[in-house]
Design a protein around this ligand. Structure first.
Ligand code: FES
Length: 124
């Protein structure tokens, strides 16, 4: 039986992310066909386990980690850009960034369908 997790749509304006249980649920704005606005992905970053529900949505509709700004495609869960730093360091780390991105592209976030039903965004 599927979980029926939900969040009020009013709490998810465009560009925001919220925690719903183990999931980071967000609103990336209207897609080309207008119906892929909402997303839900597992909320633990593949880099150093930051809570992705505290992240942001960038102009491309990617979820950005709050710690080192790894970027995720929320449609597939794939890390499309690696971290800028590690632990407390925030800055360029070109080889390390590419290595983590490779791992993150293979070990994707889990993805769940999120759709608006009435006043809520419901996870199927
Ligand atoms: S913990 Fe997410 S990018 Fe480092």
């Amino acid at each position: 039986m599927p979980d029926r997790d939900s969040v009020p749509a009013a709490d998810l304006p465009e560009g925001t992310v919220r925690r719903v249980g183990d999931w980071a649920v967000g609103n990336r704005g209207p897609g080309p066909d207008g119906d892929d606005r909402y997303f839900a992905v597992s909320r633990v970053c593949r880099h150093q386990l930051a809570d992705l529900s505290e992240g942001t949505v960038d102009a491309d509709g990617c979820l950005v980690c709050p710690w080192h700004q790894s970027r995720y495609d929320v449609r597939t869960g794939e890390m499309v850009e690696g971290p800028r730093g590690f632990l407390g360091y925030h800055g360029p780390t070109p080889l390390y960034t590419q290595l983590v991105r490779l791992v993150g592209s293979l070990a994707r976030l889990r993805v769940r369908r999120a759709t608006r039903r009435g006043d809520d965004v419901v996870l199927d």
